[in-house]
Design a protein around this ligand. Structure first.
Ligand code: FES
Length: 290
């Protein structure tokens, strides 16, 4: 449907790669502190932080658009526009942090999303400036233009999150097709000891981590972007044994599946494990649909 089919073209617009290539070193330099990037990805929240933070500018600017329609309320609209501008800063920081770990096609769309947001932000800054110079009508016109640009940019952001799957857990669809019952995945003695191994549960690939008689099993496909975790490296974080993703370095606790470091924020589904008579049996608690 017009004009939404144009959004589909963004991800294949290779001309945007040159823009992304110029931005990427700047973003990577600004996001070199892992504690900060984990916070901006939303690891502490267990969910992506960017969609949470954008509520501030979107909500403030939507409310301002309503108040600007009532001339007597335009001073209050100016206040809300200022709140939206201030709230945009952390949303921008988290957005670029997520963007830095996305694939090429996602980054193309992300660049256009960011350009749109920058234009909207500039228009709102102009609106605030005009209001301070008592040109309230001009300020309202700039704000409405900014709102239209922000809405278009949000649509592109939605395409990035949903159509291009930059936001959802890529592990959950695998977990949902796992058998519901306890299932034998092989002999304990066949599993590598102290290094990441793999197994199959129906159609689902598993990461298997064995230390002697102790076995932990996670869905193998990384929740961030589907990397095979069994090709990653075992590491110790805060005294816990973890697996580091081979693609973008997310770190997951091998017992609980919790994301310890991003860019992943969603946990890896962890399976219940039984070792009986030298055989390893697993089931996925809660998520299995049969
Ligand atoms: S696929 Fe990106 S961190 Fe695993």
């Amino acid at each position: 449907m017009w004009p939404f089919h144009l959004i589909d073209r963004l991800e294949n617009a290779s001309a945007l790669d040159a823009v992304a290539a110029r931005i990427k070193p700047v973003v990577e330099k600004a996001t070199s502190n892992r504690t900060v990037t984990d916070a901006l990805h939303g690891v502490w929240l267990g969910h992506p932080l960017h969609p949470v933070l954008v509520q501030v500018p979107v909500g403030a600017w939507t409310s301002a658009a309503v108040l600007d329609a009532v001339p007597a309320m335009r001073p209050a609209a100016g206040l809300l526009i200022g709140v939206g501008i201030a709230g945009a800063a952390p949303a921008i920081a988290s957005g670029w942090t997520d963007w830095s770990q996305q694939d090429t096609q996602q980054q193309r769309t992300g660049v256009v999303h960011a350009i749109g947001n920058t234009i909207a932000l500039t228009l709102y800054a102009g609106s605030l400036y005009a209001r301070r110079r008592n040109r309230v009508g001009v300020g309202a016109a700039l704000a409405y233009t900014g709102y239209a640009v922000a809405a278009a940019s949000a649509t592109i952001g939605g395409h990035l999150a949903y159509r291009q799957a930059a936001g959802p857990s890529h592990a959950v669809p695998h977990a949902e097709i796992a058998p519901a019952d306890w299932t034998d995945i092989g002999a304990l003695s066949d599993l590598p000891d102290g290094t990441p191994g793999s197994a199959r549960l129906g159609e689902v690939d598993l990461l298997v981590v064995r230390r002697g008689q102790q076995v932990d099993v996670l869905v193998d496909r990384c929740s961030h972007a589907s990397a095979p975790l069994h090709e990653g490296e075992l590491v110790t974080e805060r005294g816990r044994l973890c697996i580091a993703c081979p693609w973008h370095g997310s770190v997951f606790d091998v017992q609980t599946g919790r994301a310890v470091h991003g860019p992943a924020t969603a946990p890896q589904p962890a399976l219940d494990v039984r070792v009986e008579d030298g055989r390893v049996r697993v089931r996925l608690p809660g998520l299995s649909l049969g």
